[in-house]
Design a protein around this ligand. Sequence first.
Ligand SMILES: Cc1cc2nc3c(=O)[nH]c(=O)nc-3n(C[C@H](O)[C@H](O)[C@H](O)COP(=O)(O)OP(=O)(O)OC[C@H]3O[C@@H](n4cnc5c(N)ncnc54)[C@H](O)[C@@H]3O)c2cc1C
Length: 530
Amino acid sequence: MKNQREMKQQIEKTPVLILGGGITGLTAALYLAQQGVDFILIEKHKDTSIYPRARTIDIRTMELFRALGIGEDLREGGKALAPAWGIIRGNNLMEALGNPVGKITPAQLMEAQKDMKSFAGKSPETVCRCTQDISEAILRKTAKKQDLNLRFYHQMLAFEQQENEVQILVENRATGEQYRIIADYMIAADGANSLVRKQLNIPVSGNGSWKDLLNIYFEADLELLVKDREFSQFLIDTPEITGFLLTINNKDKWAFHLRFYPENGETTADYPEEKLITILRHILGIPDLKISILKVMPWQLTVIIASQMRINRTFLAGDAAHTMTPYAGKGANCGVQDVQNLAWKLAAVLKHGAGDALLDTYAIERQRVGAYYAALSGELADENGLINSVLMLTKAKDLMGLPDYGYYSAAVKRETDLPFTYFIGEPGTRIPHLWLNESQTLSSLDWIRGQFVLIANSSEDWQVECDQVEQQLNINIQLVTLDDENIVEKWKTITHTNGHEALLIRPDDFVAAKLTSGNLLDVILSVLSK
Ligand SMILES: Cc1cc2nc3c(=O)[nH]c(=O)nc-3n(C[C@H](O)[C@H](O)[C@H](O)COP(=O)(O)OP(=O)(O)OC[C@H]3O[C@@H](n4cnc5c(N)ncnc54)[C@H](O)[C@@H]3O)c2cc1C
C-alpha cells in the first residue's frame, strides 16, 4: 500500500473517515458534527451529483432533517416538485395527460391503505418532495457553514483494516498528490459499487442487477402543458419503447429512464443525442419540441443486501450496504437513517468509553430495515422493469416512511420479545410525537437533539440520577420534567406511563427504556454496553 510519493506525506489521524460525499456521507458528517466527533470526509467528485435521483424524502427522514435544522430548506428547495404526485400511463405523455385514466392520486393512495388514517398525527413531519441534486447541495452547504472537514475531489485509492485502526490511501485529484489517513473507524458510504464492500468480500444477497436503463436528464419547456395536471411518473410500455418519465421541477427539467438491452449487444453508443431527442419527442407526443440533453447515465435495477454492516472498524451505510431499486423510494432515506443510528454510537465509544458491543447494535438494528426495503423495492418492479403501480398502492403506508419499525438489540432495554406496538413509547420504537403548543410547531421529538433525554412524568428527583450519570460517565442526560398538566396527562395516556415512570430516549429518538427511579445509571451502562 505504501509508495514513494505517499511516504513523503504527513500521515493524518482522525477518529472517523467518511468515505463518500453522497447523501449518506454528507448526513453522516452533520450527525458526527452534532455529536462533536472529528472526522474527514473524502469524495472523489468535485461537487455533489447533478442527477436528481431521489425525489421523495420520507416522514422519518424529514424528522431527522428537522432535527438538523434543514427541514424547511429542503421543502423550499423542492417546492417546484411538490405538486407532482400520481402515476399516469399511456402511449405518449400528451395522450396520458388528456386522458388521465389510470392516474393514481394521493386520495387513492390514502384510500388504498385504510390504516394510514390512523397514522395521522403520529409525526410532526410529512413527506417532502425534493430532488437529490438539491438535497445534497443543501447538506453540503450546511456542512460548509459549520466548517466541517469535507474533501471533495479526493479519492480513496486503497484501504487496510488493522486491529486498532483503518489506513486509507487517498489521492488529491486536483494535485495528484497521495497521502495517508489513519482513522479509528471508517464509514463506507461509497455507494452501490462500494469498493469497501467488495474488498472486504462481504457476502451479499438479493436479485443482483437485472434490468438496464438509461437515465436521460433533459431540458424542455413543458410548464404550461402540465400545469394543474401535475404527475410524478409517466409510464410508457409499448413494443418500441419501455421507460418512465419523472417530473423534476414541473417546468423545464425532466428525466426519462429508458430501458435498453446490453444483453442484445446494445451499448450507450447506440443512443447518440439525436436519437435520444427523437425518442423523447415520441414519448412526449410533441414532434417538434425543443429539447436539450443535459446528461445521460446508464444504471441498473439492482437489489443487493450486504450480509454485514459492520466489519471490525468499518461500517457500511446507505447504498453500499443495501442497494435497491428506486421504486420504494427508500435508498437515500435508508442511508440517512443508517448514519443517524451510527453517529451517536461512535460518539459514545470515542468520547464516553461505551463498550465496543454498542457498535454491533448498528448492524443489528439497521440491517433488518435496509433488507426489508431493498426486498420491497425489488417486488415493486414489474417484469418489464417498470414500477408495479397496483402493488405500490398496497404498500403505500410503508412508502410514506412513518417509523413503524423497531429495534431489538442490547442498546434497548426491552422486557419482551412480543412484536412492537408503535407510537406509545415502547422501548425500541421511536419516541411518540405530541404537539407541545397550540400552534403545533413544537413536538416531543424536538426534545431530542442528539443527546440522551429522560422524560419524567413527575417531579421525583430524577436530576440527582442524571447528575450521577454525568459524574460517573461524563454523559449529559437532559432531563425533561413535564409540568404542564395538560401535556402530562396527554403524555401519560399516549405512553401508558404512571407518575413515577420515565422514558429514557436515545440520541436517535428511539426509546431506550421505560424506568422507575433508582435505575438510571444501570440502564445507561447496559445501553452503552459498558
Ligand atoms: C432514478 C432514481 C430515483 C431514486 N429515487 C429515490 C427516492 O425517491 N428516494 C430514495 O430514498 N432513494 C431514491 N433513489 C436511490 C438514491 O438515489 C440512492 O439510494 C442514494 O443516492 C444512495 O446514497 P449514498 O450516499 O449511499 O450513495 P451514492 O449516492 O452512490 O454516493 C456515494 C458517493 O461515494 C463516492 N465514492 C465512491 N467511491 C469513492 C472513493 N473510492 N473515494 C471517494 N469517493 C468515493 C461517490 O463518488 C459518491 O458520491 C433513486 C435512485 C435513482 C437512480
